[in-house]
Design a protein around this ligand. Structure first.
Ligand SMILES: [Zn+2]
Length: 78
């Protein structure tokens, strides 16, 4: 009977630690994604249409950033 009780307590502690570990992992992952989302993306000015475009989605042509292929073509042609 005592052996069963000890086994039960160990099993309970094991699951408790497992749950804590899973919760911790989940929290770490949430923090990581939140930090990634918070990172500000630099904005660049399109000299053709004078609009600001996130650098990640801007086109780099001839030393300037453009919002679209059309703007780049028009600006570089002028
Ligand atoms: Zn543009």
């Amino acid at each position: 009977m005592l052996r069963f009780l000890v086994f039960f307590i160990f099993a309970y502690l094991f699951f408790l630690l497992l749950n804590l570990y899973i919760a911790w992992r989940r929290r770490q992952r949430n923090l990581d994604s939140r930090q990634r989302g918070k990172e500000p993306e630099p904005m660049v000015l399109d000299p053709q249409c004078q609009s600001y475009v996130p650098k990640g989605s801007a086109l780099y042509r001839g030393g300037h950033y453009f919002c679209s292929e059309e703007c780049a073509r028009l600006y570089l042609a002028s």
